[in-house]
Design a protein around this ligand. Structure first.
Ligand code: NAP
Length: 243
């Protein structure tokens, strides 16, 4: 068992989640990475985190599958004793204008982006309650605050995460469990790789550039480790972009 704080990061083998994993590892946390990919695919991410001098473990499961989530979280507690920080980060897009959006497109995005936060948080929070401490961070998006044409499913899922965040902050504050959301703008990852000419999009951003995964990781680290009194917040990290 480790004395360090342990952070569980869903969808953490690449992109924003992986950057957050490295930032928390650099600040002394052991890291549990979840992803839907197989262990061999996640191994380079695990190796990179271990090279920072902390423990890193990989658990493969689908965050939208309640049974898989429960089994994996129970196994984590059995093997490592505690989870102090939970970053609900896994997410997908299936974009399309609303009139052409079929039910499968709607349901899949809602289940992976929002349903997962229910499943994983429900499985983890009982252990945080026993420990009388915890920090939960939900990876929302500025489109959850401002909306975005072509992303009704995604925007609704990310808005739902903000409602969940504020409600859980109220329900669990007395247990010393803080719950916050981060709302990234355009961040350069695989998710935004097919947007095309990013210089064109960047013109609409007051800071005139896409964000980096590291821009998000700094705020996640603040919420996870640097504050004991911030809860129920949805922090936009978007270079001033309000869509
Ligand atoms: P990314 O590079 O696509 O990473 C997302 C990760 O989640 C991938 O490793 C993906 O695995 C994993 N994942 C997807 N479905 C999963 C499932 N059912 N179970 C477990 N893992 C699953 O995306 P990103 O840009 O880093 O985004 C991370 C989070 O930030 C997402 O919630 C996203 O909505 C949010 N966000 C991103 C931006 C942006 O501009 N990039 C802006 C606002 C918010 P596979 O690829 O193997 O399926």
């Amino acid at each position: 068992m480790t004395d360090r704080k342990i952070a569980l990061i869903t969808g953490g083998s690449r992109g924003i989640g992986f950057s957050c994993a490295k930032e928390l590892a650099n600040n002394g946390c052991d890291i549990i990475i979840n992803d839907i990919c197989d262990a061999a695919t996640a191994q380079p991410a695990i190796d990179e985190i271990k090279a920072l001098g902390v423990n890193a473990w990989f658990y493969q499961f689908d965050v939208s599958n309640d049974e898989q989530v429960k089994a994996a979280v129970d196994k984590m507690i059995e093997e490592h004793g505690h989870i102090d920080i939970l970053l609900n980060n896994a997410g997908i897009t299936k974009d399309g204008l609303f009139l052409r959006m079929d039910a499968e497109q709607w349901e899949r995005v809602i289940k992976i982006n929002l349903g997962s936060a229910y499943y994983v948080t429900h499985a983890v929070i009982k252990y945080m309650m026993k420990a009388r401490q915890g920090s939960i961070i939900n990876m929302s998006s500025i489109v959850g605050v401002h909306g975005n044409a072509g992303q009704a499913n995604y925007s609704a899922s990310k808005a739902g995460l903000i409602g969940l965040t504020k409600t859980l902050a109220k329900e669990f504050g007395s247990r010393n469990i803080r719950v916050n959301a981060v709302c990234p703008g355009f961040i350069q990852t695989a998710m935004t790789a097919n947007l095309g000419n990013i210089e064109e999009y960047a013109k609409a951003i007051p800071m005139q550039r896409f964000g980096t995964p590291e821009d998000i990781a700094k705020v996640v680290k603040f919420l996870a480790l640097d504050t004991d009194y911030v809860t129920g917040q949805a922090i936009e990290v978007a270079g001033g972009l309000m869509l």
